[in-house]
Design a binder for this molecule. Structure first.
Ligand SMILES: [Zn+2]
Ligand SMILES: [Zn+2]
Length: 487
C-alpha cells in the first residue's frame, strides 16, 4: 500500500487556523488545493492554496457543512491548475491525530467521486485539532486511506503523527537526559521523523551517529562514494580495513549509526546513489528533514530545490580553509544554513553559484584542463581538517535543534558564518532575491525544475578491481566479528 503524507507551509497553517478556529467555539470548514510530490514509496500532498467559502457556500451549526456548488467551483479551478482538492474542517476540542466521525466520513465520501472525476486526483480530507495537530486521509476508490503524518514547514517544523500507522517508540528510558531537554511529547514526535543525511564523509558521518544516539527510529544515508586511505584523517570511526577494502561510505555510516543507536528498533537505510540521479531524488522525497553534507554545487542545487518545491527542510553546512601560497593557514570560514519556506535559499545567500552547477552538470568542473584555462580552483581535493569538521556538524545540528525543538519559540536563523581567525559568528543579512526561481517554486512538487540526470559520476563503476575479492571480504568479516565480540 502506498504511504501517504501531507505537508503545508507555516504560512498556510497560520491562515487556515484563522478561518477554522472560530471565536464561538463551533467547528468550521473550507476547501484547499494541492500538488503531488512522489517519492519512492511515499506520496506527499502539498497544500498550494486556500479557497475560503463565499456567502451561502457553507453552514455552521455546531458542526459545519458545505454545498455541492462550492466543491464544484473549487474542483473546476483545481482541474485547470492540475491540482487536487482538500476538504478541511476543525475539531476545536480535539487533541493530536483525529479519527473521522460518521458525519465527517459521510460528507467526504459524498464528494470524493465527483472531485476525482473532475481533477483526476483523489480527494484529501483533513482535520485540525484544537492543539494545532492535523490529521489527513486520501480517498482512493471511495475508501479513506489514512496518511502517516502531516508536517508544517517553515522556520520551525511541526509534525503530527498517526500513532496507528507510525507507533510512538516503546521504550525511551535510555534517552531520559535527551527527553529532559525538550519534553517527552516532542521527543516522541522528533524520533519518528525520517531524516536523511546526504554525503557521509567527515561531517555526515558524525551527524548520523548523533541522530542515532538521540533515539531517532529511522535514518537514511546517501553517498555513492567509497572510502580511500586519504579520507581516514577525517572520517572518524572508519578503520584501516574499511579503507583497504574501499568499502562503501554508506556501509560504514550504517555500521557506526547502529553502534550509536539508542532506539529499540533502529533502521538505517542505505542509498548508494546520488541525489542528482532520478532514483536518488525519489528516495530523498521519502524523508522529512535532510542534512546536506555535500561539498559540490550540483547536489546542493538539487537539495535547495526540493527544500521549497517539496517542503522538506534542508540543513546545509560547509567549511572553506584558506591557505597561503607558501603554505600555512590564513583562516577558515564555516557556514551553516537551513533552507525552508520563509528563509532565503542557498542561491540567494551565495552558497550556490549556479554557473558552477552548470559546469558540474556538463562535467567541466572536473576537467583539470578546463579549470586551469578558466582560472578557477578545483572543487575536489580542497584542504580540510578533522578538528574543524566537528564544528561544521555541530553548527548543522544546532540548526536541527532550532528547527525541531524551537528553543524560546524561535526557529532556524538565517545563514550563519563563523570566522575562525577572529572567532566571530555573523548572521548574514541576505534576503530573498527578487527573481529567485527556487523559492518561487514553493509547493510545486513533481512540477519542480528537474536538475537530475540519469548518468553522472555516480554511474561510473567505482568498484575496485581486486583478485580474490570474495575471499578477502569473507576473511575480513570473520576477523571483524571476532574483534567485535569483545571481552
Ligand atoms: Zn469532524
Ligand atoms: Zn532564493
Amino acid at each position: 500500500m502506498p504511504r501517504h503524507s501531507v505537508a503545508m507551509t507555516a504560512a498556510h497553517h497560520h491562515d487556515l487556523r484563522q478561518h477554522l478556529f472560530r471565536d464561538d467555539g463551533q467547528e468550521d470548514i473550507c476547501l484547499a488545493t494541492y500538488t503531488v510530490s512522489t517519492g519512492s514509496y511515499r506520496t506527499t500532498r502539498l497544500i498550494t492554496g486556500i479557497e475560503l467559502p463565499r456567502d451561502g457556500e457553507r453552514e455552521v451549526h455546531g458542526n459545519a457543512t458545505i454545498t455541492g456548488s462550492y466543491v464544484l467551483r473549487v474542483a473546476a479551478q483545481a482541474a485547470r491548475e492540475q491540482r487536487g482538492v482538500v476538504i478541511m474542517h476543525s475539531h476545536p476540542r480535539g487533541h493530536r491525530w483525529q479519527q473521522m466521525s460518521a458525519p465527517d466520513a459521510d460528507a467526504e465520501s459524498s464528494f470524493a467521486g465527483l472531485v476525482e472525476q473532475l481533477t483526476g486526483l483523489p480527494l484529501v480530507g483533513m482535520t485540525l485539532a484544537g492543539d494545532g495537530a492535523w490529521s489527513a486521509r486520501v480517498w482512493v476508490d471511495s475508501k479513506p486511506e489514512s496518511a502517516t503524518s502531516v508536517r508544517r514547514v517553515g522556520a520551525t517544523l511541526h509534525t503530527s503523527w498517526n500513532d496507528g500507522l507510525v507507533p510512538s517508540p516503546a521504550d525511551v528510558a535510555t534517552q531520559a537526559r535527551t527527553i529532559s531537554a525538550w519534553g517527552e511529547n516532542l521527543h516522541r514526535d522528533i524520533t519518528r521523523l525520517r531524516i536523511l543525511v546526504v554525503g557521509v564523509g567527515s561531517v555526515g558521518l558524525d551527524i548520523v551517529q548523533r541522530l542515532a544516539a538521540t533515539g531517532v527510529l529511522a535514518v537514511g544515508v546517501m553517498d555513492f562514494d567509497r572510502i580511500e586511505p586519504l579520507n581516514r584523517d577525517r572520517m572518524i570511526g572508519a578503520t584501516r580495513r574499511d579503507a583497504r577494502l574501499r568499502r562503501r561510505k554508506v556501509d560504514i555510516a550504517a555500521r557506526l549509526a547502529r553502534q550509536a543507536a539508542t532506539a529499540e528498533t533502529f533502521t538505517v537505510v542505505r542509498h548508494h546513489d546520488s541525489v542528482c540521479s532520478p532514483t536518488g531524488l525519489a528516495d530523498a522525497l521519502d524523508y522529512d528533514v535532510i542534512f546536506s553534507c555535500v561539498d559540490r554545487p550540483w547536489p546542493r542545487a538539487v537539495l535547495n530545490t526540493l527544500a521549497y518545491a517539496d517542503l522538506i527542510p534542508v540543513i546545509d553546512g560547509g567549511i572553506a580553509i584558506d591557505t597561503f601560497e607558501t603554505g600555512g593557514m590564513r583562516g577558515a570560514t564555516r557556514r551553516s544554513q537551513t533552507t525552508t519556506p520563509g528563509v532565503p535559499c542557498l542561491a540567494c545567500t551565495g552558497q550556490i553559484d549556479m554557473s558552477e552547477v552548470a559546469l558540474e552538470m556538463s562535467g567541466d568542473l572536473d576537467d583539470p584542463e578546463y579549470i586551469r584555462r578558466a582560472g578557477r580552483t578545483s572543487v575536489s581535493g580542497r584542504p580540510n581538517v578533522a578538528a574543524l569538521c566537528a564544528g561544521v556538524s555541530s553548527a548543522q545540528l544546532d540548526q536541527f535543534v532550532s528547527l525541531i525543538a524551537h528553543p524560546a519559540g524561535l526557529g532556524v536563523p538565517g545563514a550563519l558564518r563563523f570566522n575562525l581567525a577572529v572567532h566571530h559568528l555573523e548572521h548574514l543579512p541576505h534576503l530573498t532575491q527578487r527573481y529567485c526561481a527556487t523559492e518561487g517554486q514553493t509547493n510545486f512538487g513533481d512540477g519542480r525544475i528537474d536538475l537530475t540526470r540519469s548518468s553522472g559520476p555516480w554511474s561510473a563503476p567505482n568498484r575496485p578491481r581486486m583478485r580474490w575479492r570474495g575471499w578477502i571480504n569473507l576473511i575480513d568479516r570473520i576477523l571483524e566479528s571476532v574483534a567485535n565480540r569483545g571481552p
